[in-house]
Design a protein around this ligand. Structure first.
Ligand code: C5P
Length: 224
């Protein structure tokens, strides 16, 4: 049966949400389930890749044969990604929190701390992990893939995002329907010179198809 198409390749995948602490018991986060990123990590492992899955907190189990690195914050996620390099492919599926509380208290905040007024929240910008890895001069993965959740003008926005982030492909999710947290996804794959609209399908099928496209593109890195 020969070697699997991604034998010898190292693929780095981020998935899930990040958690940005306010204090030891509170955080800012989002509803990402991790399903799509975990399915992609599993599909790549099935094709023979060595997969590092850097994941925020989710309630699903990592796929068999994948090295999972658990993280909480965006800054930890970036560090774990940098540590995992070099990689042949980077796929940024995580729903990274754009902001974190500027100050994270080491003690649980109390209502009285704010005095007479309501407490207010000051935010700091988190690092953009996709842009950081895309723009690396040393150790940039050969194929960098970002995700984009859009409700309209999918191709135009994906192209703008591709340029801004410096990535090679964008998997554009049409989130105008009910895909968030669901088991199906409707995507368009935007590359440098084309756009492929894929029919609505199971997240596992999206993962398998994306893994196949990656294998076609990078071939057998162990062999050439
Ligand atoms: O800018 P936007 O959040 O729409 O971009 C989405 C893409 O960027 C996804 O691939 C996501 O994983 C990645 N991203 C990131 N770090 C951030 C924000 C987004 O890696 N701080």
């Amino acid at each position: 049966s020969g070697p699997k198409p991604l034998t010898g390749a190292h693929v780095l995948v981020t998935a899930g949400p990040t958690r940005e602490p306010l204090d030891p018991v509170r955080f800012l986060s989002n509803h990402s389930s991790g399903k799509q990123g975990y399915a992609i990590a599993g599909a790549l492992a099935d094709l023979g890749a060595r997969v590092t899955l850097v994941s925020g907190p989710v309630s699903i189990a990592p796929p068999r044969g994948v090295d999972m690195v658990p993280v909480e914050t965006a800054r930890d996620m970036l560090k774990a990604c940098e540590t995992a390099l070099p990689a042949d492919v980077f796929i940024s599926v995580a729903a990274v929190a754009d902001w974190r509380p500027a100050i994270s208290s080491s003690k649980k905040l109390k209502l009285k701390d704010a005095g007479e007024t309501l407490p207010s929240l000051t935010l700091s910008e988190n690092p953009d992990i996709l842009a950081t890895l895309s723009k690396k001069r040393k150790n940039r993965p050969g194929l960098v893939i970002g995700f984009a959740a859009e409700t309209h003008d999918v191709e135009e926005l994906a192209r703008a995002k591709m340029k801004r982030k410096g990535c090679d492909w964008i998997v554009a999710n049409d989130v105008s329907g009910d895909v968030m947290g669901g088991s199906e996804n409707e995507i368009a794959l935007v590359t440098k010179d084309e756009i492929e609209r894929w029919p609505r399908m199971d997240k596992l099928a999206v993962a398998r198809q994306l893994a196949d496209r990656i294998a076609q593109t990078i071939g057998h890195p162990g062999k050439n």
